[in-house]
Design a binder for this molecule. Structure first.
Ligand code: NAI
Ligand code: ENO
Length: 367
């Protein structure tokens, strides 16, 4: 498609969308704006955007599509600013925020001026932030939820879908309220719980230094999302306050129930509690991306000798398989280690498993 795309907020999500749009629509012109001059320069140097804009007004006035990819509270303010500007008559505005009710309510200021706004949430990302973490494949096969206000007709939604086709995401249209409930349960709550587990271990470490060393393996993995941007999550929780107040109260009741089973040593109830959770969890789709990115980790049993990492990465390089991370988990000190290699896609992990099996006798497992 031909046209001018203006991206406000050139971080992980804004940068990745810029790459997707450029790939699919090479003739479009992508202009970027960021409150941080350094980010703006970096986005330009990395080739993520074609042009830099020094103000919102400058980039917005000639844009056919405006993407708001800032933290959600900033998005609200920018919507207000845009509603007071002279924009192209057919401009389409969308956002990428992790919450949708407050943003959709705010979009009334734009709709009142005859400007089309369609809320969006690409449910993929990472605990990393910033334009340097942007990737063209970030949204591949991920759910991308759209929450068009009732007044917006389907023609505009189809138009936005064309612009966003290069994400290769799976688009779904839902209401902002349903979005916030679902995102609250499967994304916002896990971030709160992960942070709380880290706080608990940290308090314990004041008396028991060993906890930090023991937390290195599985604990570190299941609390990965506690390394996400604190300011981003602060804003998300405040935006989704009403939903989270309900979900957190339910969660407290759930914890009280488990606590009571433990106190009363109700073995059968505890068994059922875990058995039911296992059944539900085992039934979750394995081959799909959800709201929190999965780890495509491959565990390789390796002898602990110098050069073993380069040996294995050498096999992968021969078959052009890219890795995103590599580390050794030393569970059986000085005898064997487990090499954990992370891949960007499930397909790469499957190829890597076959590749390592064809060049060596090392055992590999998927976590
Ligand atoms: N990080 C993730 O995995 C996901 C994030 N989101 C949502 O995407 C949005 C952006 O998140 P990220 O790209 O991860 O954050 P980020 O921190 O990587 O990027 C945000 C960018 O916005 C800029 N910014 C902040 N205030 C601004 C303002 N007033 N005007 C212009 N630029 C401003 C920052 O300088 C930064 O470059 C957030 O609303 C978040 O809720 C949605 C899906 C996934
Ligand atoms: O990996 C992580 O930290 C994530 O949970 C990514 C993420 C962050 C925010 C979203 O709205 C959706 C996905």
């Amino acid at each position: 498609m031909n046209g001018r795309v203006f991206i406000i907020g050139l971080g992980l999500i804004g940068g990745s969308l810029a790459l997707c749009i450029k790939k699919e629509h090479p003739e479009s012109i992508i202009t970027g704006y960021d409150i941080s001059q350094d980010n703006l320069k970096l986005a330009s140097m990395l080739g993520v955007i074609d042009e830099r804009s020094t103000t919102i007004e400058e980039g917005a006035k000639s844009a056919d599509l405006i993407i708001l990819s800032t933290p959600v509270k900033e998005t609200e303010k920018i919507m207000e600013t845009l509603s007071k500007m002279e924009l192209k008559q057919n401009v389409l505005i969308t956002d990428v925020g992790s919450t949708k009710s407050v943003i959709t309510k705010k979009s009334q200021v734009l709709l009142d001026k005859g400007i089309t706004f369609i809320g969006g949430h690409p449910m993929a990302g990472s605990h990393k932030s910033g334009v340097s973490a942007s990737k063209v494949i970030l949204f591949e096969n991920a759910f991308y939820l759209l929450t068009p206000p009732e007044r917006v007709n389907d023609q505009h939604v189809q138009h936005l879908l064309k612009w966003l086709q290069g994400t290769n995401a799976k688009f779904l249209v839902i209401s902002p309220e349903e979005h916030d409930l679902l995102a609250g349960a499967i994304s916002h709550m896990p971030h709160i719980v992960a942070a709380s587990l880290v706080h608990q271990a940290d308090h314990i470490s004041e008396q028991h230094k060993l906890v930090t060393r023991l937390a290195a393996g599985g604990f570190r993995d299941i609390t990965r999302i506690a390394s996400s941007s604190p300011s981003m999550w602060r804003d998300i929780l405040i935006h989704n306050k009403n939903v989270l107040m309900e979900l957190m109260n339910d969660w407290k009741k759930e914890m009280d129930k488990v606590l009571s089973f433990i106190e009363k040593e109700q073995a059968e109830e505890l068994y059922d509690y875990f058995a039911r959770a296992k059944k539900v969890r085992d039934g979750l789709p394995q081959d799909q991306k959800g709201a929190i990115p999965a780890f495509y980790d491959l565990f390789v049993d390796v002898p602990d000798y110098p050069g073993v990492i380069s040996e294995i990465t050498g096999y992968l390089a021969k078959e052009n398989i890219s890795i995103t991370n590599i580390r050794i988990m030393e569970t059986r000190e000085e005898i064997f280690g487990i090499l954990v290699i992370s891949f960007q896609t499930e397909e790469d992990r499957v190829r890597a498993q076959k590749c390592i099996a064809s060049y060596s006798n090392y055992d590999t497992t998927i976590g």
